[in-house]
Design a protein around this ligand. Structure first.
Ligand code: MRU
Length: 345
């Protein structure tokens, strides 16, 4: 699998996902602003990948702080951390990663150079841990995938959206590694086409049969009996099991309920937000109207028309059959199962 992001000497190399599937280009980031640019423009995207990118960006920020006094270093680092936290609002992994770096700062020694080295090491640990978590999640999720199954997924929750291997697509990979035949239907995922461009690309690279469908076809496809299960990722999960994920996920879940197709969410425990009691507490990103009003840079809607461009929606917990995590498959009632899993984490 092609790496999503990695350290190369003093630079964070970020795969520019805007160019996929046509070109494989890495953006060298030597300062935090460049990393934020990559996060905001979706050069790198997907909740776990955003978290790792944030940690790497903060390690770059730390490196650039030229003071020797630990107290002043900590104060400046905290300012940078809040800038990073604001890069994108919905994926809680971003805030989670920032808090993890800040916690390290609190327990670290009073030596600025050591703190800088610790922050860089922590970002690499977070990357490695993410891959291990995704593999564990995949193994639990694979048990829910029957041999010969067709899995419908929305957006891209694959290797590209994480440090590697993926969450929803990790389930697909693990099912195949367990010897099962699996095929995928990828919703194209308007407006930025993460399904058509990224999920389909990953599937083709991995030799997994994939068909791309327009988002509006979900109901028709399910009514024809073409889908055995739906598996998606998540940007933030509230403690009652409400799930924020790419816009259109709610529609998939509704159609799944209508057609008796199990709807699963695969996400690490870091995506569960202990501060969100329900979906109403999850901030939903609104993006540039041009993403909707234009196609490949060309205006498709008449001038004068405006756009609604919510990047995410919230799927109510009663539509979710289970949440697949690295610690096991969590079932309703989610208030209990998520609470227990978070408390043990
Ligand atoms: O806007 P994006 O591309 O960052 O949105 C990504 C998604 O919605 C993913 O499904 C989610 O982050 C889970 S990634 C494992």
């Amino acid at each position: 699998m092609i790496p999503t992001l990695y350290w190369e000497k003093d630079a964070v190399m970020i795969l520019d996902q805007r160019k996929l599937p046509g070109r494989t280009v890495f953006i060298p980031c030597r300062d935090m602003r460049r990393v934020i640019y990559c996060i905001q423009t979706l050069a790198t995207r997907g909740a776990p990948a955003i978290g790792v990118a944030a940690a790497m960006g903060l390690a770059l920020a730390a490196q650039a702080i030229r003071v020797k006094d630990p107290a002043r270093f900590r104060a400046r680092f905290r300012e940078r951390a809040e800038v990073m936290r604001a890069a994108r609002p919905t994926a809680v992994n971003l805030s989670w990663a920032v808090d993890r770096c800040l916690a390290l700062l609190d327990v670290g020694p009073d030596n600025v150079e050591t703190l800088k080295a610790m922050l860089r090491r922590e970002s690499q640990i977070m990357l490695d841990e993410d891959v291990a978590i995704n593999r564990a999640m995949g193994r639990f999720g694979a048990e829910l995938v029957p041999d010969g199954a067709t899995v419908l997924t929305h957006c891209n929750a694959g290797s590209l959206a994480t440090g590697g291997y993926g969450t929803a697509l990790g389930v697909v990979y693990a099912a195949r590694e367990a010897g099962k035949q699996v095929a995928v239907i990828a919703d194209e995922t308007r407006p930025l086409l993460q399904g058509a461009r990224l999920t389909a690309w990953e599937m083709v690279l991995e030799g997994i049969p994939v068909r791309v469908a327009v988002d509006g076809a979900v109901g028709a496809i399910m009514s024809k009996g073409l889908v055995d299960l739906a598996v998606v990722g998540a940007d933030r999960i509230a403690m009652n099991g409400d799930v924020a994920n790419k816009i259109g996920t709610f529609n998939v879940a509704l159609q799944a309920q209508r057609h008796g197709v199990p709807f699963y969410v695969a996400a690490p425990l870091s995506t569960i937000d202990p501060n969100a009691a329900s979906g109403a507490d999850i901030p939903i990103e609104e993006r540039d109207p041009r993403e909707v009003l234009e196609l490949a840079g060309k205006r498709i809607a008449p001038s004068g028309a405006q756009a609604l461009n919510f990047a995410f929606d919230v799927t109510p917990h009663d539509l979710v059959a289970a949440i697949i995590t690295e610690k096991g498959v969590l079932r309703p009632p989610f208030t209990q199962s998520l609470g227990k899993a978070k408390a043990a984490a």
